[in-house]
Design a protein around this ligand. Structure first.
Ligand code: TRH
Length: 384
């Protein structure tokens, strides 16, 4: 059944909040016939992901979704049947008042952050009664295993990925579109998207000193100035190429979301961060390294380990240990001596075929809980 949806997105920082809400909104409209509005307080973030989005417009229709600027004086009109409160940012008072007037009352979904921790499946779908208002409210937890909400995945994603990865001419066209020659077959190509990272120089040095050509593809991010600084150019411009030893760094622009997927599909390794790029790198079916969003009291280490426990479950102890060491090194908040990062990289390079196979089977396993938008639509249908 076609339902109406209001997705509320507060841009706390960076792009992840907008990225998840935008994907969800598009998919509810395109695959579930939803009438979808996204209320977002930071149009700049959405514009970066989808340049068609104007930064200064109160309401605009793009790709089947009505994008509304969530300003202090926004007029919400009649609430939709379902309100998605992304990452528990809360709903505005005026909207709550309108929800109370609507009959039947709308459903309120708190869409949580992704976590691989074992408690997620017992909390997924639990009611979260509002302290004052008689509104039905539920927690919806993304997750990696059946019993959770799954993660976002468009119906066509695997087919598009496989078509791209098996077509060398499309890959060559992709690189040329970015202004670069297609990488040599024997080169290891790694995308580098992340937060500031004191460990970066150690890994870059290991690549520069290594016996095999490495191409680091560096989109705009907080990590990029450090990569540039390694070559003595902290302000490296889009389109620049810098070289040292066996390492070539390509500085690429921040591309629209669908193109970023292609970048992930085109690389042998993907260094990613936050939530959405982390999930997309898993769907790319290539080995990845996650720079997790740091939390207070080192809570993120629990999340990181919980993910690695699941991701490495099918691996033999050697490759599992190699991957863990690299991930832990990349997330360490102090710079290790270069040899540690080199040892970690050499260890994963030695088992790269095994890690690639694991990345492929992990992507297949990730589809088992069903995709998040479909699971959410069904969850709501059962309660409306
Ligand atoms: O930007 P992120 O760090 O996002 C977040 C926020 O910090 C948020 O507050 C926090 O709660 C959350 O992480 C956990 O990382 P993320 O989630 O990977 O989002 C980045 C998005 O940017 C993702 O959709 C991929 C996209 N992207 C492009 O579209 N083009 C690009 O060139 C690049 C590098 C990324």
């Amino acid at each position: 059944m076609s339902r109406s949806w209001d997705v509320f997105c507060r841009v706390v920082d960076n792009f992840g909040d907008a990225a998840v809400c935008w994907r969800l909104a598009k998919q509810l409209a395109a695959e579930h016939g939803g009438k979808v509005r996204i209320w977002i307080d930071g149009l700049d973030a959405l514009h970066a992901l989808c340049p068609e989005v104007a930064r200064d417009t109160t309401a605009q229709w793009i790709q089947g979704v009505e994008i509304c600027h969530w300003s202090a004086d926004a007029e919400f009109g009649v609430p939709a049947e379902i309100a998605v409160d992304a990452f528990g940012g809360g709903l505005p008072d005026a909207y709550l008042a309108a929800m109370m007037q609507r009959s039947p009352r709308p459903l309120w979904i708190i869409l949580e952050y992704l976590s691989a921790e074992p408690w997620v499946d017992t909390h997924h779908g639990a009611p979260s009664p509002h302290p004052r208002l008689p509104l039905e409210r539920y927690f919806f937890f993304p997750g990696l295993v059946p019993g959770t909400g799954g993660v976002l995945k468009e119906a066509s994603l695997e087919a598009r990925r496989d078509a791209f990865q098996s077509d060398s001419s499309r890959q060559a066209a992709f690189w040329r579109g970015l202004g670069y020659a297609p990488p040599a077959r024997e080169a290891i190509v790694a995308s580098l998207f992340g937060y500031e990272n004191p460990v970066a120089a150690s890994l870059l040095q290991a690549w520069a000193d290594g016996g095999r050509e490495v191409i680091a593809v560096v989109p705009r991010s907080l990590l990029r100035p450090q990569v540039g600084a390694f070559f003595g150019e902290s302000q490296a411009a889009d389109g620049a190429t810098l070289r040292r030893g066996s390492l070539e760094a390509r500085f690429v622009p921040f591309v629209p979301q669908p193109r970023y997927d292609e970048l992930l599909w085109a690389c042998d390794w993907n260094f990613v961060r936050g939530e959405d790029s982390f999930v997309r790198a898993q769907w790319a079916a290539r080995p990845l390294v996650w720079h997790i969003y740091p939390q207070e009291e080192r809570a993120h280490w629990i999340k990181l380990d919980a993910f690695l426990d699941r991701y490495c479950a099918g691996l033999e102890s050697g490759p599992a240990k190699a991957l863990r060491t690299l991930w832990q090194g990349w997330n360490a908040q102090e710079a290790p001596v270069t040899t540690q990062m080199r040892t970690a990289w050499d260890a994963v390079a030695d088992c790269r075929d095994r890690l690639r196979l694991n990345a492929r089977s992990w992507a297949a396993q990730l589809a088992l809980p069903g995709d998040l938008a479909g699971n959410l639509a069904q969850f709501c249908e059962e309660r409306l």
